[in-house]
Design a protein around this ligand. Structure first.
Ligand code: BG6
Length: 478
């Protein structure tokens, strides 16, 4: 007989649940991937009942998917939704929850990280970490701590109530289609491997730009900043996938072992070098958009960075001498997430006189808005005259079925199925904090002022100082 499963969302009325978790679960319903006896228990403080909650969720999903909505799936999904009125800090709410759940259960912490301890402790006190009535899994959102110390403390706390196999530290970037494709691209093809090292690659860039500003999350963001919000988690994860060695197998431990080796090999940034390897700035009002300091909820005179860029070096055999440039910003010129690998120039410039001949090869992995794997090469322009032109070899859209995977969709299914491969082990989190802590400390000391950039642009010109070598520039788009 099929096992019953309850997916409990703490913080169900919040932004993450509304914009990511419920849509992802609805899509799993539409794809026929949810277990037969499965319900979504939405834990919140506000006074909904099942009916009003379902109505609200259905409306939000319809607004999001419009005419792409699968009405039958939506009806089935709405039936699975239950609203559970409770208070995160109230032990009795958890006792009631315990009485209502005698099945396998996922507990998803879609709450502020400051609330992780209270939820975890209350779950355990109510016996909800105990697996005698079914498995129990805990999903913990980022940011995992706000520095190494607090991350260590949080990890100890989780481990005092849950076993490591029960804990899923989520980073939604690992659920994105192109990101998962990096594994296949690198390890299912032979042709890239001989080139994938310091002998052929000049440098790697990882960019995440967003058009949006802080979007009503000022209280969180002003205390967090771009380095903690995006770099410590998503961007360092992308870097590990590009740089890691082939794992012994594609199981969770083998993959995570290799990712940790990359993080350990990143050359530590001395605090005194932060000014030359790290750059931060804040958006200022432009093109009718408010500046960060004008956003409601941002502290007067805040020097929180909304843009962060780093130059990192991985001191191992494969990558020594190849810089990795990573950057992220709010209110940039476009929504764009892109991994761009620039190859070295050929040793001889035989076609220099043809005009275009000096463009190096790039390999582009577009994460969003366009998902693609694209190599840029030089080809001969047909005709009597010898000229070369840029051409693109595209592996992203070659007739594949256009299933548009949403990041949380893949990851929530993995939690339900108990697969840890795309979730972080604590040592990954710990090493990632080690990479950025010296920069956090250096920036923490400069409380007086911060550079600015005009909202709606690609960020400050000054960030180019991270490129020590001649002829390097930010690659903004495909
Ligand atoms: C989140 C950050 O983890 O990722 C947000 O907290 C950011 O600030 C978001 O906007 C970006 O995710 P995506 O999938 O929209 O690129």
């Amino acid at each position: 007989m099929a096992r019953a499963c309850r997916f409990v969302i703490f913080g169900a009325t919040g932004h993450l649940a509304r914009t990511k978790l419920l849509p992802a679960l609805y899509r799993l319903e539409a794809a026929g991937r949810l277990p037969v006896d499965f319900s979504v228990v939405c834990f919140g403080r506000r006074p909904y009942d099942n009916e009003s909650w379902r109505g609200m969720a259905v409306e939000a999903l319809q607004a999001r998917y419009g005419n792409r909505m699968d009405i039958d799936a939506l009806e089935r999904f709405a039936e699975r939704l239950e609203y559970f009125r409770g208070d995160l800090a109230d032990a009795d709410s958890y006792r009631r929850l315990q009485a209502a759940i005698s099945a396998d259960a996922v507990f998803y912490l879609a709450v502020k990280s400051a609330e992780f301890p209270v939820v975890t402790q209350n779950l355990a006190a109510a016996g909800l970490a105990d697996e005698s009535q079914g498995w129990r899994r805990l999903v913990v959102e980022k940011p995992f701590g706000r520095d190494l110390d607090s991350a260590d403390g949080l990890n100890r706390l989780l481990h005092s109530h849950f076993r490591e196999e029960q804990i899923f530290r989520i980073d939604h970037y690992l659920g994105k289609e192109t990101v998962q494709n990096v594994f296949v691209f690198r390890f299912a093809n032979l042709i890239w491997e001989p080139l994938w090292n310091r002998n052929y690659i000049d440098h790697v860039q990882i960019t995440h730009g967003e058009l949006a500003g802080v979007e009503g999350r000022a209280d969180f963001y002003d205390n967090t900043g771009a380095l903690r919000d995006m770099v410590q988690s998503h961007l360092l994860q992308l870097l590990t996938l590009v740089a890691m060695e082939p794992p012994a197998a594609m199981d969770a431990e083998s993959v995570r072992d290799e990712k940790v080796k990359v993080l350990k090999s990143i050359r530590p940034i001395a605090e005194s070098e932060a000014a030359s390897c790290a750059y931060r700035a804040q958006y200022a009002a432009a093109q009718g958009m408010p500046g960060f300091l004008e956003e409601p909820g941002v502290a007067a005179g805040s020097v929180t960075e909304t843009y962060a860029a780093l130059r990192l070096h991985i001191d191992n055999w494969r990558w020594r001498g190849v810089p990795f440039y990573i950057r992220t910003g709010k209110r940039m010129a476009a929504n764009s997430a892109l991994i761009a690998v620039r190859f070295k120039q050929p040793p001889q410039q035989l076609f220099q006189s043809t005009g275009v001949g000096r463009e190096p090869n790039w390999l582009l992995m577009g994460i969003q808005p366009e998902q693609c794997l694209r190599a840029e090469v030089q080809v001969r322009e047909p005709g009597l005259k010898l000229t070369t032109r840029h051409s693109q070899l595209d592996a992203g859209t070659c007739g594949c079925a256009a299933y548009h995977l949403e990041a949380y969709e893949a990851l929530l299914l993995d939690v339900i199925e108990g697969d840890h491969s795309l979730f972080l082990r604590y040592d990954e989190v710990m090493w990632a904090w080690r990479v950025i802590e010296p920069v956090l400390r250096a920036w923490g000391r400069e409380r007086g002022c911060i550079d600015t950039y005009a909202a709606g642009t690609w960020g400050p010109e000054d960030s180019r100082r991270l490129f020590e070598g001649e002829g390097r520039f930010w690659r903004n788009s495909l």
